[in-house]
Design a binder for this molecule. Structure first.
Ligand SMILES: [Zn+2]
Length: 512
């Protein structure tokens, strides 16, 4: 009986899943994301305690962040500065006077019994951000608001000793970025989240580390029949701690809601938790409404006042934003969009690319592309091996530029270039100095190379026969043999040319 019910439910559910995971054609999803970003300030939002991640538990605490009676919070100016950066970068209206509010709720890792947040008058509202979709089109997503608040501590559920509480995170500054419900698919939500991560990193306000929880995301999602303008009942999905989980959880939740509606049911307004192990969302609690929190203006803090001068100073200091920069790299350097995307993923990498290009003595689009190739392969490989550490870069931009010019001007072969690269990274010496020191200059001495070619042809009669029978791809093998004999110093273009000449001479009946 139970089995039949389960199977019935399952087949009903499966019916709404098309094989490629796309949505039921009659429905559309409406998604809005709430992203919490931990600000990279030195100290906490309302006290002088260090905000650094990873200290021994409960060592970064004081009466203010522990919520002792009578202790008074004082706002960290840097929190406002950072919030202005993202507010201006996302084209928000900035409130010259905004308020903090108390959001009351009980949690074991929230000693005050309330969180200082902003409610009715957030500092930033009504902005937008452009995101790039898979096909390269740009979509504008509205930002409803960005407000400042503080983080709670952390409960650690240890199987051996029960639950432990670490209050180091209490009072660490956060911003909450609330999008408008403008996203229509899990993939769009994914691109939005990536764009937000890239943006906060470019702005230098958050390290964007999802694993350590410095960037967190909750998703509000509902579905409705296409053509419908009214919003369906939404659920809030929590615990989306990776880009993959965000996308998967939304896919699951959308299908779940469609299945309920198709079966004539109603979606419950509730908070659901993504279970990454079981790949499903499950109910956590019925969703609280704003009035449950008994918000009221925070009596311990004065209103936040920002001046026009402050705003204009922050605006003037904003860096070029990731998407603009990507478009500029394509324009200015003639790079493929793919390359520009990889290079702009991190601001430091894009800076490095441009510094290398600036260091080229004979700049040209082919050389820009070579710079891009070397960064995307060799440089990023080393960065990856160093655990993603971008500073300092493996070698100074002048050195990479020098190496690329040595290669582009046929002074060294690609094989030698890789050796020189490794050595330049290891020793810090300039590629030009290394090439001179070790006599690695590519040999274009035709007489010597012709000797090597002849030796190789004599030693490999089989390869020669295969070449003559029309299997000319054996040429690569022969070139490799000659290069090997030359210790990697032979100019491969010249070797190829000499080999072809020799093979044709031997092949041609008139030459016999
Ligand atoms: Zn403190």
């Amino acid at each position: 009986m139970l089995w039949q019910t389960l199977r019935g439910l399952f087949s009903k559910f499966a019916w709404h899943l098309s094989p490629d995971g796309t949505m039921h054609p009659d429905y559309e999803a409406v998604i809005g994301l709430e992203v919490h970003a931990q600000l990279k300030t030195r100290t906490k939002a309302f006290c002088g305690c260090s905000a650094e991640f990873g200290a021994p538990p409960n060592t970064h605490t004081c009466p203010v962040c522990l919520g002792h009676p009578g202790a008074l919070p004082v706002l960290n100016r840097q929190v406002v500065e950072f919030t202005l950066r993202i507010g201006l970068a996302t084209h928000c209206q900035i409130r010259l006077r905004s308020l903090f509010a108390r959001k009351n709720y009980f949690y074991p890792d929230l000693p005050k019994g309330y969180q200082i947040s902003q409610y009715e008058e957030p500092i930033c509202s009504d902005g937008w951000i452009d995101i790039e979709l898979d096909d390269g089109t740009v979509k504008r997503v509205g930002i409803a608001r960005i407000h400042m608040e503080e983080d709670a501590g952390k409960s650690i559920h240890d199987v051996d000793v029960d639950t432990l509480v670490d209050l180091n995170r209490c009072g660490v500054p956060l911003i909450e970025i609330v999008s408008k419900p403008d996203l229509r698919s899990p993939r769009e939500a994914y691109h939005y989240m990536r764009q937000i991560r890239q943006l906060v990193r470019y702005l230098g306000i958050c390290d964007g580390n999802l694993e350590e929880g410095s960037l967190r995301c909750d998703a509000n999602v509902s579905v409705r029949r296409r053509g419908e303008t009214r919003l369906g009942t939404k659920t809030e999905v929590k615990n989306l701690n990776s880009f993959r989980n965000l996308e998967r959880a939304l896919e699951y939740e959308i299908q779940r809601q469609i299945a309920i509606l198709e079966a004539g049911g109603q979606v419950q307004h509730e908070t659901r938790l993504w279970d990454a192990v079981r790949q499903e969302t499950r109910p956590m609690r019925t969703k609280e409404f704003a009035h449950d929190y008994r918000y009221f203006p925070e009596p311990d803090l004065v209103p936040v006042v920002v001046t026009e001068e402050w705003i204009e100073r922050v605006r003037a200091e904003l860096p070029e934003l990731p998407l603009q920069r990507k478009q500029r790299l394509v324009q200015q350097y003639g790079l493929p969009a793919y390359d520009a995307g990889v290079l702009c993923e991190e601001r430091e990498i894009a800076d490095y690319f441009e510094a290398c290009c600036a260091a080229l003595q004979n700049p040209a689009p082919e050389r820009y592309k070579l710079v891009s190739n070397w960064i995307m392969t060799e440089v990023l490989r080393i960065v990856g091996e160093r655990g993603g550490m971008l500073q300092p870069m493996p070698l100074p931009p002048e050195h990479l530029a020098e190496l690329i010019e040595l290669y582009a001007e046929d002074v060294i072969s690609s094989r030698i270039a890789k050796e020189v690269f490794a050595e330049a990274v290891a020793t810090g010496k300039s590629p030009r100095a290394l090439v001179a020191e070790r006599g690695l200059v590519q040999v274009s001495d035709t007489a010597w190379l012709r000797q090597l070619v002849e030796q190789v042809l004599v030693e490999h009669p089989d390869a020669v026969a295969r070449y003559r029978s029309g299997r000319t791809n054996v040429l690569g093998f022969l070139v490799g043999q000659v290069l090997q004999r030359s210790g990697g110093r032979a100019n491969p273009k010249l070797v190829t040319q000499l080999l072809q000449e020799q093979l044709q001479v031997q092949e041609s009946p008139t030459a016999q």
